[in-house]
Ligand binder design. Structure first.
Ligand code: IPE
Ligand code: IPE
Ligand code: MG
Ligand code: MG
Ligand code: MG
Length: 294
């Protein structure tokens, strides 16, 4: 099988696995349960759970908790998108090829569906720690919480929004990329490594691999916002310009931005190669992200 077929197969399996953790749509808060399921089920690349599972495999991991953590992370990522699309934030109406959660369920239910996904993610992860109590699962939970929060994704979103209409420096842009995007990629790869029992030196290296993968991923996202189409991306293009965001692309130009994606991804692959593990698919996945079209 070629890489594309394997990728499609793995994506489908992850999709089923993540959706199997969703709560049943019933009872009084049915509307929000339905909005949660809608947001998660509409699709997406499932990159973060995939990176977690593949990093776990890279280190020969055998933890049963990894599926729960992977599902929890995809729920946290999905909540971040649901809130990112709100009128008060990027004000977008298309996500993963479908109308955004707030445009289907209204703003209030959009906010609550995001809150509910975030909290439910931690219910799922905490249950996995209860079922497999160990220093590793506890450390994984604490790392996930940190990277999703103010010293991670939320911190990045704050500065992203506050920088609208201003001319942030490259350092500020890198702070934004490191936090709004690389933080959850770090959560993916580091949790995978921790649960697999990787040693401290390798966990540190994986954190730096994931930093590079995450920053390159966001630079590419900024590129695609200019060069792609809504059909291909499944989300509106030109959203950054409309919101007066200074991006990596507006600061450095398209050509340099793509060169940096390549260079940063090469550095990620070199660091990965120096770790005590093996997984050809993971390497191919990181390479694919450089040339991705969506
Ligand atoms: C979108 O993430 C938000 C960014 C951090 C750029 P993805 O491009 O991974 O979105 P999905 O999950 O595939 O929809
Ligand atoms: C959002 O970055 C990153 C999140 C934490 C959601 P963007 O605002 O660039 O993501 P898209 O382009 O809407 O997916
Ligand atoms: Mg945004
Ligand atoms: Mg956005
Ligand atoms: Mg974007």
């Amino acid at each position: 099988m070629n890489f594309k077929d394997v990728l499609a197969e793995k994506t489908e399996l992850i999709e089923q696995m993540v959706c199997s953790f969703l709560p049943t749509v019933e009872g009084y808060p049915k509307t929000v349960l339905d909005a949660m399921a809608y947001s998660v089920r509409v699709g997406g690349k499932r990159l973060r759970p995939m990176l977690m599972l593949e990093t776990h495999k890279f280190f020969g991991g055998k933890s049963n908790a990894v599926s729960s953590f992977a599902a929890a992370l995809e729920m946290i990522h999905t909540y971040s998108l649901v809130h990112d699309d709100l009128p008060a934030m990027d004000n977008d109406d298309l996500r993963r090829g479908k109308p955004t959660t707030w445009s289907v369920y209204g703003e209030t239910m959009g906010i609550l569906a995001g809150d509910a996904l975030l909290n439910y993610a931690f219910e799922v992860a905490a249950r996995a720690v209860e079922e497999e109590p160990s220093a590793q699962t506890a450390r994984a939970l604490s790392y996930l919480a940190k990277k999703a929060g103010i010293f991670g994704m939320i911190g990045g979103q704050v500065v992203d929004i506050e920088s609208e209409g201003t001319k942030p420096t490259l350092d500020t842009i890198l702070y934004i990329h490191e936090n709004k995007t690389a933080a959850l990629i770090q959560a993916a790869m580091v949790v995978g490594a921790i649960l697999a029992g990787a040693d401290d030196e390798d966990v540190k290296k994986i954190e730096s691999v994931a930093y590079d993968v995450g920053v390159a991923f966001q630079i590419k996202d900024d590129i695609l916002d200019v060069t792609s189409t809504a059909e291909e991306l499944g989300k509106p293009i030109g959203s950054d310009a409309r919101n007066e965001k200074t991006t990596y692309v507006s600061l450095k130009g398209l050509e340099d931005a793509q060169k940096d994606v390549e260079q940063i991804s090469r550095r990620a692959l070199a660091t990965l190669a120096s770790c005590n593990g093996e997984n050809e698919f993971l390497e191919a996945l990181i390479e694919m992200l450089v040339e991705r079209g969506k």
